[in-house]
Ligand binder design. Structure first.
Ligand code: ADP
Ligand code: ZN
Ligand code: ZN
Length: 745
C-alpha cells in the first residue's frame, strides 16, 4: 500500500508534467489505483484529478502534504483506462510516467486551432510540367512560381505560399478553379473521401472467410474475449474478414480500432472501409498536426465515429466502449515505437483490450515469430485462410542463383532468365515489378563468386562494412580488417553490397529502351502525394515496369502485374540483426504475393547469392511452417525472442568515456544483481558499442540482457533506475531501455 499519490489536475499538453502529491488516508487506500479519478483540495478550491503514480516517498515535507478528499464515484472515464495503460507501458518498457502519459493521452492544444490549409498539385506531374511551360510563355510569373514549387514538393502550406513564396491567395484560388491545384482544408480530414454513405458495398464471404469471422463473432457473443491470429495467404481476403468482425462488434454498440502500417494506409484501403461503414469511420496519419489528431480523438470520445483506422498511435483512440482491435500486417517492424516508451503496439493492444474487455485480431500472411509461437502454445487462437479468394492461385516461384550467373559471364543485376521474362511481359502488354529489399545503413561484406558472407566469430551475425577498410560486429564490437580475397574460395570479387534503385533504373532503361519505367523509393516519395501518384500511374498502366524498395510490396492490388523480380534476396539477410531471416522471409513472401492478383497467373523470380538459405528456400516454396520451424531452432539455440526475452540498456553521452564509464558501472552492478541465487537466469553481455555507435556526436553504449522470464528483465530495469537515482542521476548520461528490440541495436 502506497502512502502518497501523484495527481494530475488537467489533461492538456502543458499540464501533464505537473503532478501534485497527496497523502492517501487509510480509509481510501483500498480504492486508489493508477487511473482513479479523485477529489483533491487545491488552494481554497476542491477539484478533481487523476492518480498517475503511487509512491512511498515524497519529495516534500510530509507534514505539509494534504490528504485526498475522496474518490469520484462514477463509472471509470476513458481517461482512467488510458492512464492505467500508460502505467502498464511505463512498467513494461521503461521511461518516465510523463513520457508514457504523453504517448497515450490525446492532449488539448493551448491555442485555438486556426484553419489549417495546404495546397497540393492536382495534375499528373507531366501535365503540370506542360502547364508550367504555358504559364512561363505567358509570363504569369506568380502562377509559374507556385507551380514550380509544387512540382518540387508536391504539397505546400498555404501560409508558406502566401508568405515566403509571395503568391497571393487569389492566385491560388484561380489555379484551383483551373483544376491545377487542390486546396486541402483541415476539415477534409474529418471525412477524407467526402459524403459516402454506408451500404454501397457488398461482398459475400467465402467458406473459409465465413469460418474465421464466425469464430470471433461467436466467441464475442458468448462473452469470450481473446487474442486471435488470422494467418491468411496474400490475397486470401483478410480485410473482408476484419470488416465482418467489426460490423458485428459495432452492431453490439462497441467500437473498433484498426491498425495498418502507415505505408499500407493508402487511399485504396481507406476507401474500402468507407464504402462499408460510411462516415462512422475516421482515419489518423502521421502528417496530421497535434490539433487535427486531437480533433479525431475527440470525435471518437464523443461517439461520432465507431471505427478508427491508423498507424501505431491510433491504438490510443479514446473509445469509451472499445470492443475490438485489429492489427493488420502484425509482423511489421513499424509497430514497435522507436521513441521512449519503446512500446510494441501488439503487446500494448492486448494490454488495452484486457482493460477494456475487448478482443484483438492479429492478421498476416507471414506472422511474426512471436505471434505464431504464442498461437502454437494456445495463448492466441489461430484462424487460417489457406487459399486466395476467387480460386486464384499463388504465383509460381523460382530461385535464380546469381553465383552461377557470374560464373557464366553475366555481371548484370538482371539475370538472363529475368531479362527474358521481362521481354515476354513487354510483348504481352503485362506489367513487371522489380523489388530491391535494401534496408539498414551498413552493408554486409560478401563474395560474389561463392556467396560467402563474413560473419562475427562470436555472434552469428554478419560483420558490417565501416570506414577505413574495417568490418565490425554490431552485437559485440568485434572487429577485423576487410580481406582482399574471399577467405572461403579465394576470389577477389569480395565487397560490400551496394546497388541502389537508381542504379537499377539506369540498367533497366538501357536494357529496355522502349519500356515505361517508374521508380519508387525514399527519394521519389518524399511526400505522400508522390507515393500515391506513382502507385496510381502504375495502376493506370502508364508504365510497364515499377522498380522499388519495401514500399512497392505493401497492400496494393495491381491485377496486370504478372511478374515480380526480386533482385537480391540476400540483401535483407545480412543486416547484423537476429531478426534478419524473419524479415527476409516476410518480404520475399509478400513480394511474391504481389504477382498474379488478376486473372492471369503470376511468376516470382527470386535472385540470390544464397539459394540454400532456409528463409529463401521456404519463401520459394511459400511454406511458412517450414520457415518457422528452422527459425525457431535458431532462436532457441541462441536464446533470442520469442523463446527468451531481451532487454537492451542504451547509455548515451557527449563524451565517449562518460558513456563507457556509466555502461561499465551499470553492467558490473547488474551482473552481480542478476547472479543472486533464486533468480531466474539472466545473462548479460557487454557493454559494447551500439549498432550506430555515434549519432550527432553523441556516443552510444549498450548492455544486452537475456532471460526466459520477462518480469526478471523488468526487475533489472527497475534496479537500473534505482542505481541511476543512487548515483545522483548519472549526470550527462541518458539511459534508455528497449525490450525485445525490433529494429536492431
Ligand atoms: P488480403 O488482405 O488477404 O491480401 P484482401 O482483403 O485485400 O486480401 O482481398 C483481396 C481481393 O479479393 C480484394 O480485391 C477483395 O475485394 C477481394 N475479395 C476478398 N474477399 C472476397 C469475396 N468473398 N468475394 C469476392 N471478392 C473478395
Ligand atoms: Zn560479435
Ligand atoms: Zn568466395
Amino acid at each position: 500500500m502506497a502512502e502518497y499519490a501523484r495527481v494530475i489536475v488537467d489533461i492538456s499538453l502543458d499540464k501533464l508534467d505537473k503532478t501534485f502529491e497527496y497523502h492517501i488516508p487509510v480509509y481510501l487506500q483500498e480504492q486508489i489505483a493508477v487511473g482513479t479519478q479523485v477529489n483533491i483540495p487545491f488552494g481554497k478550491r476542491r477539484l478533481t484529478g487523476y492518480v498517475v503514480e503511487l509512491t512511498d516517498e515524497t519529495e516534500y515535507d510530509a507534514d505539509k502534504i494534504k490528504d485526498l478528499i475522496g474518490v469520484v464515484q462514477k463509472s471509470l472515464p476513458i481517461e482512467s483506462q488510458l492512464i492505467a495503460l500508460a502505467a502498464w507501458m511505463r512498467r513494461n518498457y521503461g521511461g518516465t510516467m510523463n513520457q508514457a502519459l504523453k504517448t497515450v493521452i490525446p492532449v488539448r492544444e493551448r491555442k485555438k486551432a486556426v484553419e489549417h490549409k495546404t495546397v497540393r498539385l492536382a495534375l499528373h506531374p507531366v501535365e503540370a510540367q506542360n502547364q508550367l511551360g504555358a504559364y512561363q510563355r505567358k509570363h504569369s510569373t506568380a502562377r509559374a512560381r507556385l507551380l514550380e514549387a509544387l512540382l518540387a514538393e508536391g504539397e505546400l502550406e498555404w501560409n508558406f505560399i502566401t508568405g515566403k513564396l509571395g503568391v497571393s491567395g487569389s492566385v491560388i484560388k484561380a489555379l484551383e478553379e483551373q483544376g491545377v491545384v487542390r486546396i486541402v482544408r483541415e476539415t477534409e480530414y474529418r471525412n477524407p473521401v467526402g459524403r459516402l454513405s454506408a451500404g454501397t458495398y457488398e461482398c459475400t464471404l467465402n467458406g473459409e472467410q465465413r469460418r474465421a469471422a464466425d469464430a470471433v463473432c461467436a466467441d464475442y457473443d458468448a462473452g469470450v474475449r481473446a487474442t486471435y491470429l488470422l494467418r491468411g495467404v496474400t490475397g486470401s481476403g483478410k480485410t473482408e474478414v476484419y470488416m465482418e468482425m467489426i460490423a458485428h462488434v459495432c452492431a453490439a454498440g462497441r467500437q473498433a480500432i484498426v491498425l495498418i502500417p502507415e505505408i499500407a494506409l493508402t487511399y485504396q484501403t481507406v476507401l474500402r472501409f468507407y464504402r462499408r461503414f460510411g462516415d462512422r469511420v475516421s482515419i489518423l496519419n502521421s502528417r496530421m498536426s497535434a490539433g487535427e489528431r486531437y480533433d479525431q480523438f475527440l470525435r471518437a470520445k464523443n461517439g461520432e465515429v465507431d471505427i478508427m483506422i491508423g498507424p501505431r498511435s491510433a491504438l490510443f483512440t479514446p473509445f469509451p466502449r472499445l470492443g475490438l482491435i485489429i492489427i493488420d500486417e502484425e509482423h511489421e517492424p513499424s509497430y514497435k515505437s522507436e521513441a521512449v516508451p519503446r512500446y510494441h503496439a501488439r503487446e500494448t493492444a492486448i494490454a488495452r483490450a484486457k482493460m477494456a474487455d475487448a478482443s484483438v485480431v492479429l492478421g498476416s500472411a507471414t506472422p511474426s515469430m512471436e505471434s505464431y509461437y504464442r498461437a502454437e502454445r494456445g495463448e492466441y487462437r489461430l484462424l487460417e485462410l489457406p487459399t486466395r479468394v476467387g480460386g486464384k492461385v499463388l504465383p509460381a516461384c523460382e530461385i535464380i542463383d546469381l553465383r552461377r550467373e557470374l560464373r557464366e559471364g553475366n555481371r548484370s543485376i538482371l539475370s538472363r532468365r529475368l531479362t527474358e521474362e521481362m521481354e515476354e511481359r513487354l510483348r504481352r502488354g503485362e506489367q513487371t515489378m522489380l523489388f530491391l529489399n535494401r534496408r539498414g545503413l551498413a552493408g554486409f561484406v560478401s563474395c560474389r563468386a561463392c556467396g560467402h558472407v563474413i560473419k562475427c566469430p562470436h555472434c552469428d551475425v554478419s560483420l558490417s562494412q565501416h570506414g577505413g577498410g574495417r568490418m565490425v560486429c554490431h552485437y559485440c564490437g568485434y572487429e577485423e580488417p576487410q580481406p582482399a580475397v574471399c577467405p572461403s574460395c579465394g576470389s577477389k570479387y569480395i565487397s560490400g553490397f551496394k546497388a541502389g534503385t537508381q542504379k537499377i533504373e539506369q540498367v533497366v532503361r538501357e536494357r529496355f529502351p522502349g519500356a515505361g519505367v517508374l521508380r519508387m523509393d525514399f527519394d521519389t516519395t518524399r511526400n505522400k502525394e508522390g507515393y500515391e501518384q506513382i502507385l496510381s500511374a502504375f495502376s493506370n498502366g502508364e508504365a510497364d515496369i515499377l522498380i522499388g524498395t519495401q514500399m512497392i510490396v505493401k497492400g496494393h492490388d495491381f491485377p496486370n502485374v504478372t511478374l515480380m523480380g526480386i533482385l537480391a534476396a540476400d540483401l535483407s539477410l545480412h543486416v547484423g540483426d537476429y531478426r534478419a531471416s524473419e524479415r527476409t522471409f516476410a518480404l520475399l513472401a509478400q513480394a511474391a504475393g504481389r504477382a498474379g492478383r488478376g486473372d492471369r497467373p503470376g511468376l516470382a523470380l527470386i535472385q540470390t547469392y544464397d539459394p540454400e538459405h532456409y528463409s529463401i528456400a521456404a519463401a520459394k516454396a511459400q511454406d511458412y511452417e517450414a520457415f518457422y520451424r528452422e527459425e525457431l531452432i535458431y532462436r532457441e539455440m541462441l536464446c533470442y525472442p520469442p523463446v527468451w526475452n531481451m532487454l537492451v540498456i542504451l547509455c548515451t553521452a557527449k563524451q565517449e568515456e562518460t558513456a563507457e564509464r556509466a555502461a561499465s558501472e551499470l553492467a558490473g552492478a547488474l551482473a552481480a544483481y542478476a547472479d543472486l541465487p533464486g533468480r531466474e537466469r539472466v545473462s548479460l553481455i557487454g557493454p559494447a558499442d551500439a549498432v550506430v555507435a555515434k549519432v550527432n556526436d553523441i556516443y552510444r553504449k549498450v548492455i544486452y540482457l537475456k532471460s526466459a522470464d520477462y518480469d526478471s528483465l523488468v526487475e533489472i530495469k527497475d534496479r537500473t533506475e534505482c542505481l541511476i537515482r543512487d548515483n545522483g542521476g548519472y549526470r550527462d548520461v541518458t539511459v534508455q531501455f528497449d525490450f525485445n528490440p525490433v529494429n536492431g541495436f
